[in-house]
Design a protein around this ligand. Structure first.
Ligand SMILES: [Zn+2]
Length: 418
């Protein structure tokens, strides 16, 4: 008997019974098909954003008052974030930045008080619109909220000044729900040196800063090394017991001399530590030509205001400024953000990349195609075009940062059990 047809039949049977592994080649799709696929991925995948400055925008917009002057449960005409646009873009867990401007550091107690008020405001957003938003204190919370269609509001404190000079405040803020602390903001603080400050107060992390990092490890708060100087970055990496994050930093290779972004040396060190860097979308973070152009535009506009006796809030000025900037300093595009992601991937691999847009925090500098939270699918489509797989996208959207967060939680739990 000729066994060949029999074997062929068995083979066909075996293949048809095996679970179908769909290998989709996104690079072969038309742009339109690919954007549709990217939108589907954005909707079906948890998407975490490491840094959204909504709390401070709400503070400025008046959410602290009894009346909701700024209501982000509905579409808002300005800003980069609101519920409807987040839903469109598939954003599920924007880290709410509890942002403490460095000016508060001059007044003892002011930083902590501001942090408390911004945390309360974020909580109030969740309690006012429980069908839309929910607080989240762990990856498990985000997964549960995602299943219910709610947008999670995890919180990170931008500027360790909120801890003031009392180490006990680290645990205090953990209990308040803070899950990462950016060690510094714009200027050196009690914890260490900042990237924008040339003073070099400690030459890196201070002794108090070392205690703060150890205490953050102990209680389970992620160490965020965005905004710190290179020396503070190295010092913190050397002593942390768990992986770190950079909640909203991009690649310095594209912005030479801009210490706020991460050098290749620091990216390698971050990867060795098992951390994650979440790419900032701000125009000046992703493109040095745009950053230089912005500086020139600012100079021109300051003169224009003076010559025409206008102020920043005049509508005539604002219209002129927007038009002048657009004509003289074209925005980078969503492709530029993908370039940053490519660079990190090529340098250390896909496992160390996340998204940290800085939406609501970088003004009108955002790249074309990535102007607000509704446009995440454009970035995903660009990555698919460059050959990224769905699994790669999932890592960038949430798996990498969840890995770090879970490791931080597990270490803290072991300390408590210890
Ligand atoms: Zn920032």
């Amino acid at each position: 008997m000729n066994k060949l047809p029999y074997l062929a039949g068995l083979l066909i049977l075996a293949f048809s019974c095996a679970p179908k592994e769909e290998v989709i080649d996104y690079t072969k799709m038309s742009d339109e098909e690919r954007l549709k696929a990217a939108t589907e991925i954005a909707q079906s995948t948890i998407m975490v954003d490491g840094h959204v400055d909504l709390p401070y925008r709400m503070k400025v917009g008046g959410f602290t008052l009894q009346r909701e002057i700024l209501d982000v449960s509905v579409r808002t005409p300005d800003g980069n974030f609101d519920f409807p646009r987040a839903k469109e873009g598939g954003l599920d867990a924007p880290f709410m930045s509890i942002y403490i401007p460095a000016g508060n550091q001059k007044t003892p107690g002011a930083s902590k008080a501001l942090a408390d008020s911004l945390i309360a405001m974020t909580e109030r957003l969740a309690t006012t619109f429980p069908d839309k938003f929910a607080m989240a204190y762990s990856p498990a919370d985000i997964e549960a909220n995602f299943a219910k269609g709610l947008i999670s509001l995890p919180m990170g404190m931008e500027n360790g000044a909120g801890i003031e000079d009392d180490l006990a405040n680290v645990e205090y803020f953990y209990k308040k729900g803070i899950r990462y602390i950016t060690l510094t903001h714009g200027t050196d603080n009690l914890i260490g040196d900042a990237s924008y400050d040339t003073t070099g107060t400690y030459g890196g992390l201070s002794e108090y800063g070392e205690q703060v990092v150890a205490e953050m490890n102990r209680v389970g708060i992620m160490v965020d090394l965005s905004h710190v100087s290179d020396n503070t970055f190295r010092d913190a990496l050397a002593i942390t017991k768990v992986p770190i994050i950079a909640s909203h930093s991009s690649v310095r290779k594209f912005t030479p001399g801009f210490e706020r972004n991460m050098s290749d040396e620091l990216i390698r060190a971050m990867a060795k530590n098992g951390g994650v860097m979440m790419i900032n979308f701000g125009g000046s973070f992703i493109d040095s030509a745009y950053a230089a152009g912005s500086t020139k535009i600012r100079e021109h506009l300051v003169n224009y205001m003076a010559e025409n006796n206008l102020s920043r809030s005049d509508s005539a000025y604002r219209a002129y400024a927007a038009e002048y900037a657009a004509a003289n300093n074209p925005f980078p595009t969503v492709q530029r953000v993908a370039d940053h992601i490519d660079h990190v991937k090529n340098l250390v691999g896909i496992d160390y990349i996340g998204l940290g847009s800085d939406f609501d925090g970088v003004g009108d500098t955002l790249p074309t195609g990535l102007k607000d939270v509704s446009m995440f699918p454009n970035l995903i489509a660009e990555l698919l075009k460059r050959g990224y797989s769905k699994e790669d996208i999932e890592k960038i959207c949430y798996k990498n940062v969840f890995r770090v967060w879970n490791a931080v939680e597990e270490y803290a739990a072991a300390q408590k059990a210890g």
